[in-house]
Design a binder for this molecule. Structure first.
Ligand SMILES: *Cc1c(COP(=O)(O)O)cnc(C)c1O
Length: 453
């Protein structure tokens, strides 16, 4: 008898597909709420049994008790952290990836997946102006991308310095670099060379001055620039930093996890001048390129340098590496081996909708952001802290202290008006709105601002 867990079950399929259909059709997606541990414990109690529970019951618990205890990051009213807004096409194709058990580890096993993922990566490399040979792979997130890229930065430098043993290396970062960059340097045991910045933006001049002032600057082997800081949406002086990187033979890594998507938008493209000179670049499609989690693009100018660092060798893997026949294995370009074909939902959606639709959706978000900034400037009880460069708006409510922002944030969620968490800016607790969903409207923002009056 065949094992029943592997037999096609029409009723179970209907149950799940029907749930997915209803979730996809929600318009707008409700925000929902955070969860209380006791309630979730109660909901889950007794579910793991030797004999199993019928799927309607389990799905019912998920739908009614668990899914509602998740603040939906694809709601147009989710304006905290970095929201999400996956296209329907991308979400649906993610189901195809799952139902087909697609993986994307090596060319030998999954050539069709690898070719399609590389086509999507090529769109991103091209829009950044990287040369035709650029490439890499999709990883789980910007964190994994930054770590994998900085490993290549470190090892490429130590290879080039092979004649000078004993030197340690450091990598230059701005005070404003994302927390994952500091984490990555810890993991690879490279000290950060922290460059103080003026007005939150790393410039070539600041980097050059900091290096000139340090007697041991020779051990700085790379620099990380941010193309869209998460807290304020600011883009570093990429062209100026590229100049210094060229002068000093530094590896030039750009963290565009959030902001890289802005490359598609003509209205801000100029701010990215110099991005085409990156040695490595990270862009998270699961943020502003409308892909489902988890999807980050990691692209190298010279992929062979990454391959030299990341290829895993093992007796059972030798067959993946054909000496005579150069093949593309995504596993060779980051710190991973088995990997989900996580680039395919983006690939499908890009192919179906076309790059113009992406450009327009990103521009729509930028327009909403500018309208929001203008609205704040016209509104008496709030004050804009700076003109947004991308899609993050920082502002203060005159007269409020830290607790006022926390209370307000809780009230907004309780009334399902918005999910907006405060941040800290120049030592002060302030309000922050992060836009990403093209269906967030200025009316929603007006509604949110009105609650601060
Ligand atoms: C979100 C973000 C990261 C981390 O990316 P994950 O996908 O969350 O791992 C890194 N850098 C920047 C600038 C980000 O916005």
């Amino acid at each position: 008898m065949r094992n029943p867990m592997f037999v096609y079950d029409e009723k179970l399929t209907e149950l799940i597909v029907d749930y997915c259909r209803k979730r996809l059709a929600l318009d707008p997606v409700p925000l929902d709420f955070g969860g209380a541990e006791e309630l979730l414990d109660t909901a889950l109690a007794g579910l793991m049994t030797p004999g199993g529970t019928d799927p309607e019951t389990v799905l019912g618990i998920f739908a009614d008790r668990l899914a509602t205890a998740v603040i939906s990051c694809d709601s147009p009213r989710f304006l905290s952290f970095i929201p999400a807004a996956p296209t329907k096409a991308a979400l649906l194709f993610d189901m195809v990836v799952s139902c087909s058990s697609l993986h994307g580890t090596s060319w030998l096993e999954a050539a069709g997946v690898v070719a399609a993922e590389n086509q999507a990566l090529a769109v991103l490399a091209d829009i950044a102006g990287l040369p035709a040979g650029a490439g890499g792979c999709f990883v789980a997130g910007g964190t994994a991308g930054n770590l994998s890229a900085l490993m290549v930065a470190r090892d490429t430098a130590s290879f080039r310095r092979a004649g000078r043993p004993g030197t340690t290396s450091r990598i230059a970062i701005s005070e404003e670099a994302h927390s994952s960059v500091g984490k990555a340097l810890k993991v690879i045991a490279v000290e950060p060379f922290v460059v103080a910045v003026h007005d939150h933006r790393l410039t070539g001049a600041a980097l050059r001055a900091a290096l000139d002032a340090d007697p041991h600057a020779d051990d700085v082997v790379g620099v990380v620039a941010t193309a869209g800081t998460t807290n304020a949406g600011m883009i570093d002086d990429l062209a100026g930093i590229a100049d210094v990187a060229a002068e000093r033979s530094l590896w030039f890594h750009i963290d565009g996890a959030y902001g890289g998507a802005g490359l598609f938008a003509p209205s801000v493209r100029e701010h990215y001048r110099g991005v085409e000179r990156a040695d490595s670049l990270v862009i998270d499609p699961h943020k502003w390129l409308f892909a489902p989690f988890d999807c980050a693009a990691l692209i190298y100018r010279e992929p062979r340098l990454a391959k030299a660092v990341h290829t895993q060798t093992a007796a059972y893997l030798d067959v993946l590496h054909d000496e005579d026949n150069e093949v593309w294995n995504p596993s060779d370009y980051a710190i991973h081996l088995t990997r989900r074909a996580r680039g395919l939902p983006l690939w499908f959606s890009l192919a179906v909708h076309g790059t113009d639709a992406y450009r327009d959706a990103i521009e729509t978000v930028l327009i909403t952001t500018r309208q929001c900034a203008a609205l704040i400037e016209r509104t008496a009880h709030v004050e804009l802290l700076r003109q947004p460069e991308l899609s993050v708006v920082l502002f203060r409510r005159l007269g409020w202290g830290p607790q006022d922002y926390e209370d307000w944030s809780a009230r907004l969620l309780a009334s399902q008006t918005g999910f907006v968490t405060p941040t800290t800016w120049e030592g002060e607790k302030v309000a922050r709105l992060a836009f990403l969903h093209p269906n967030t409207t200025i009316d929603m923002i007006e509604e949110i601002l009105a609650t601060m009056a």
